[in-house]
Each structure stands twice: as structure tokens, then as C-alpha cells.
Design a binder for this molecule. Structure first.
Ligand code: C2O
Ligand code: CU
Length: 458
């Protein structure tokens, strides 16, 4: 599937998608998942039928102070079950939103009240965790921002939600969410990229300082993003501050990954500051901000690290438990057989059951956890990607760190992008009891096998 010229033109607009109707109730504590229509592409195209929270795509941005409490009643106005997962939040297991693991799915017409606190500042998001490929492809996601008490000073704090839509010529969502060809390759890749900025800024001034909170909500596409006419540093990944901010050059964000970037606008009046997608078929401007004059020329302070979050980090791997994770399957993978729902199957039988990928020989959520660890115990997971595709592995309920060959530890992450044939090791010290799923966030891969879980016992 190719990115078209239409995508290039249409996505140049940075305007947020506005809901077509407003909710009858003003109750901000409700998130109603339901059908809606939004102008997704441009006024030259019909509105796109979507599923959104409170009628919008993205859903309402939730902002809360660090340590604050979030209470939202999910109301299901869809004609199929749903749940909400609060991606990246260290949360009570019962609030994690995984149907069949942490709660029953919310039936059509039903509701579920989520109530939790937010220990860590940063950029997170919320999304459906039921029939996820379809529900996220149709728009059931939103940003969740936890604000530092002493945030760095910027002129604009902007959330940039980047999505990849598969649309037909009438700007309607392709309704076939289970194509074996997609599942066995890089997933459901779209043909229309869109960045939604909140607030929906269209202009900035030269020398202004911006905080851009990038969130890749794409079902399967890895986003490579560039910033033109802006210069600065990446200050956080997956919500967690970096000890040493790194130059903001090409950002690679796999599905579900986030990056906080602080940049100064360097483009001059008459020019533009551009957020672009860097692709094989060419570069696409996802958002263009006009430059309207100059802010003060006073020298800005250096971009310094964000205040650290109160999260435990690895100090050593002594006494750690090691459980390797072997990823197999997919096109060009040579998988011979696997276990699904407790039954040994050939690859053909797996495919008949919609299963393409295995984790340690098992397709789909196994009865037994990948690993069981006690609170305070450190778990090491060397992940062997013995497939021909990249995978974005996401751990619920914890942030982990990569363990490098020299024994040093990488930044805290909740999702790690592992390229084909790579082996990467992650580790974390268990601090949150419960049953936590661990899956590929390329949702087509998750749907076709790549999901397991880790048990943390109190
Ligand atoms: Cu963002 Cu299990 O998901
Ligand atoms: Cu995958």
C-alpha cells in the first residue's frame, strides 16, 4: 500500500479533528466509546465514520497533576464489548483494562468506572484493549498527560498524536481488519498519515520554545519523524525523563511509543516549522506551523533534564531471574508448529485459527505466565526476534530498561522496538503485583499470536 499524493496534501493541515456533535451531558468524568463522524482528510472529502471517545478522534486529552487521581466512567455505546487500557501508567492491576485478565469486557450498553492515581509525570495515552486492531484503527484512543509540578518553561506545550489510517477513496476506513497478508507481514499499514496537534496551533514565532509530546498511536506502522525549522533535544521516552537529553534529530517511534522533545523555533518569518514523516516513498509534512514574527532574542537557558520520576531503576542484575522470549512465525519465518489454546498444531492449523506468530512456541495468551516473579525480584528477558519483521514489545504495569552487552542499562521504556533478527535484553525489578500482559503493540501481530503475560506475586 502506498502513501498517495492525496495523503501528502491533506495531511499538511495541523487542525485537530473536531467532533461533529457535542455530548448531551457535560460530564467530563464520562468517556463514551461510540460511533461518530469526523472530518479526517479535508473538506473535499466526506466525513469519515469513526469510533471515538465522546465523539472525537483523538478522544479528549486528559491532563492531570503528577500524583493526581483520574476517575473516568467508560460507557460503551458500541455494538461490541470494549475496555480502556491506560498505557504506560503504573497502575493497580484491577484498573489495567485487559479483558479476561484484569476485568470482564464491558458489554454494549454497559459501563466500568476506572479510578487510579498517576505516580509518574510524562506523556502517556489511553486506548481500547478489546478487539484492539479494529477498535484502535477506528479511533478509540486519546492522550493522557501527567504534568510535572515544576515543568520546564516553554511557550507552547503541544501534544502530537500521529496515526496511520487505511482509507478508501471516500475517506472511509477499510473494514477488513483481519487480512492474513497484513498479519503475517508488517501489519495493517495505512495510506493516510495524520498528526493531530493539541492545542491546534497553526503558527508560532521564531525563537519560541516548544514542548512537543509525540505519541505514535498507529496500529502497526513505525513512524520516522523529523523536525524542520526547530532545534532541540529529546527529554523523555515513553513518559520517563532521560538522564541526558539527546539531540532531536530523526525520531523513530514504534506503535505506542512516545517521545517528549523540547525545541526552539529556528525558522524565520515567512517560513515554516514542519513536523515531517520520513518514508521510503518520500517525505510528508504532517504539520506545518507558519512563522509569524520573532519572539525575544534573549538567550534561552540550556535544555536540561526533566525532574526524575519516583520509579525504581535497575542497580544490578545480581540474583535476577532470566526467562528468554523467542519470537517466531510470520511470512518468511519458517515456523513448523506451535501451541494454541493448549493444542499442538502445524503452521497450517495455526493459520486456520488466525494464528501466525508464537512466543516461546505458543500462539495467543497462554494459561501459564511467561515468568513468575515476587515483588522486589528482578526479571531479565532476553528477546530473540527470529522473524523477518520488527516488533514493538510492550510490558503492562512496569517500565523496563534495556541491558546492553557491556552490562550498562538503557533508559526506562514501556515499549521496545526490536528489529528483525535482533536479540535485545530487557530487565526490571518487580514493584507492582498482578497479572501483566506483555505483547507486541503491532496490533495485527498481537491479534495473531504475539501476547503473553508475567505474574508478579505480592
Ligand atoms: Cu498500549 Cu496492551 O497496550
Ligand atoms: Cu509484532
Amino acid at each position: 500500500m502506498h502513501l498517495t499524493r492525496r495523503s501528502l496534501m491533506a495531511s499538511a493541515s495541523a487542525l485537530a479533528v473536531m467532533p461533529k456533535f457535542t455530548l448531551a451531558s457535560e460530564d467530563i468524568s464520562v468517556l463514551e466509546a461510540g460511533p461518530s463522524a469526523v472530518s479526517l482528510v479535508s473538506s473535499e472529502y466526506p466525513d469519515t465514520q469513526v469510533w471515538g471517545y465522546n465523539g472525537g478522534v483523538p478522544g479528549p486529552e486528559i491532563r492531570v497533576a503528577q500524583g493526581g487521581r483520574i476517575q473516568r466512567k467508560l460507557v460503551n455505546a458500541l455494538d461490541q464489548p470494549t475496555t480502556i487500557h491506560w498505557h504506560g501508567i503504573r497502575i493497580d492491576n484491577a484498573m489495567d483494562g485487559v479483558p479476561g485478565v484484569t476485568q470482564e469486557a464491558v458489554q454494549p450498553g454497559g459501563d466500568f468506572s476506572y479510578d487510579f492515581t498517576t505516580p509518574d509525570a510524562g506523556t502517556y495515552w489511553y486506548h481500547s484493549h478489546y478487539n484492539t486492531t479494529e477498535q484502535i484503527s477506528r479511533g478509540l484512543y486519546g492522550a493522557l498527560i501527567v504534568e510535572e509540578p515544576n515543568a520546564p518553561e516553554v511557550d507552547h506545550d503541544i501534544t502530537v498524536v500521529v496515526d496511520d489510517w487505511r482509507l478508501n477513496q471516500d475517506a472511509q476506513i477499510d473494514p477488513d481488519f483481519s487480512q492474513i497478508h497484513d498479519w503475517s507481514h508488517a501489519g495493517r499499514l495505512g495510506n493516510f498519515l495524520k498528526a493531530t496537534l493539541t492545542p491546534a496551533l497553526t503558527e508560532v514565532k521564531q525563537n519560541q520554545r516548544l514542548r512537543l509530546r509525540f505519541i505514535c498511536v498507529a496500529t502497526d506502522r513505525v513512524m520516522r519523524l523529523a523536525m524542520v525549522g526547530m532545534q532541540g533535544k529529546v527529554v523523555a521516552l515513553d513518559g520517563m525523563p532521560l538522564d541526558t537529553p539527546t539531540p532531536a534529530e530523526l525520531l523513530t517511534l514504534g506503535p505506542a511509543q512516545r517521545a517528549d522533545v523540547i525545541v526552539d523555533v529556528t525558522a524565520e518569518t515567512g517560513g515554516q516549522a514542519i513536523i515531517g514523516f520520513v518514508g521510503r516513498e518520500g517525505n510528508i509534512a504532517l504539520a506545518s506551523l507558519d512563522i509569524s514574527g520573532q519572539a525575544s532574542l534573549a538567550r534561552r537557558p540550556d535544555i536540561t533534564p526533566l525532574p526524575a520520576n519516583p520509579i525504581q531503576r535497575l542497580s544490578s542484575l545480581e540474583g535476577a531471574k532470566t526467562v528468554p522470549l523467542n519470537m517466531e512465525g510470520g511470512a518468511m519465518g519458517g515456523l513448523q508448529s506451535g501451541t494454541y489454546k493448549g493444542k499442538r498444531m502445524t503452521t497450517e492449523e495455526l493459520i486456520q485459527n488466525g494464528q501466525i506468530w508464537t512466543l516461546n512456541g505458543v500462539a495467543g495468551l497462554p494459561d501459564e505466565p511467561l515468568a513468575e516473579v515476587a515483588l522486589g525480584e528482578t526479571l531479565r528477558i532476553p528477546i530473540i526476534n527470529d522473524t523477518a519483521f520488527a516488533h514493538a514489545m510492550h510490558m503492562h504495569g512496569a517500565h523496563f530498561q534495556e541491558v546492553f552487552a557491556d552490562g550498562s542499562f538503557g533508559p526506562l521504556l514501556d515499549t521496545i522496538l526490536i528489529e528483525r533478527q535482533e536479540t535485545r535484553e530487557i530487565a526490571f525489578t518487580a514493584s507492582n503485583p498482578g497479572d501483566w500482559v506483555f505483547h507486541c503493540h503491532m496490533l495485527s501481530h498481537q491479534a495473531s499470536g504475539m501476547i503473553t503475560w508475567v505474574k508478579v506475586t505480592p
